[in-house]
Design a protein around this ligand. Sequence first.
Ligand code: GDD
Ligand code: MN
Length: 365
Amino acid sequence: MLISIIVPTYNEAGNVSSIHAGLEAALLGETWELIVVDDDSPDGTADAVRKLAGQYGNVRCIQRLQERGLCSAVQWGVQAAHGDIVVVMDGDLQHDPDLIPPMLRELRNGCDIASGSRFLSGRPIEGLTSNLRNRLSVYGNKLINLYLGVQLTDPLTGFFATSRILFLRSIPRMQADGFKIFFDLIYHNRRAAIKELPFDFRARKHGESKLQLNVLWLLLCDMISKLSGSLIPPRLVSFVGVGLIGSTVHFSFLYASLAAGAVFWLAQTIATVTAMVFNFTFNNILTYSADRLRGERFYKGLLLYSFIASFGIVANVSSAQLTYDHFKAHTFLAASVGIVIDVIWRFVVSNRLIWGQSSILKRTR
Ligand code: GDD
Ligand code: MN
């Protein structure tokens, strides 16, 4: 039985040969292949993998030029896999390949999904460096178990094995955005037999972790999206969430400026511009973290966003006025219609033009 090891990478050039060596030692007597899915890392990870493939016949590289993100990288790997069993692990040596044989044993004994848990051994965790991250993990896990109705010690692990068939069947329903591939897999396979195995999460040797605070936010948005039956995409949830916080920024600046003696139109302008910069900045960090604009592209994006938003404001006010006239001066209804149209306009155009694959602010290399 062929085992496919799928490793998503971003700037892991220094780790690829050690991963292969570790797998070779751990998987003695098994037939296996290594599929590295790299998002065109600037450190030359893909070249390092191809060099390795020249030495070993069981290595493949998928170099993605136009896609970004951990989840979709893993999904691509699964779709390219030849093995009956797929194992997903990180490319930074934090996942101990010696756990793979016990995982395979569990699968062969009839369980559907075997996962490596960082919290089962009871020992302190080397790889979770900051106190904050530790605490985030604890609360995140509680929330997820509650949500999924499962009892897992590590529902956010990035180290697990399952059958290719089960994974493939789940992909059309899964999210391609985000970091939480295991959570998503479990969500769509809640009745699967899941077995957790303890392992020690090692400290990173090279490179740096790409997982930051925004991960919990994205997870929350994903959960809300799923509650809507995936009718509202996680990105829109995030976009609206940022907008809601942005409106409190708007009102704070409005009242503060008025209190400082500004006339209304000036106060409203200050508040509008501040809220716009706030919304753009936080959407850039939270909603579109994988496509985050930096440097010059950030400022171009901000300009474009403001330009787009101004059309939204016109559409907002005119449709609100129409509604107001039609529904006999129903203020709340009219305002809500205007806001909904404005948000959808900004969201759709942002998605198409500012962030992501079809962005007109193309990365120049
Ligand atoms: N292709 C691709 N694209 N790979 C990526 C991307 C991306 O956008 N972002 C990260 N990776 C790769 C990294 O190169 C690494 O091999 C693996 O995905 C995990 O990324 P890390 O940046 O090392 O994540 P971490 O160690 O902070 O997070 C670990 O713990 C999380 C739970 O707390 C991972 O195991 C996650 O999968 C897990 O959810
Ligand atoms: Mn890591």
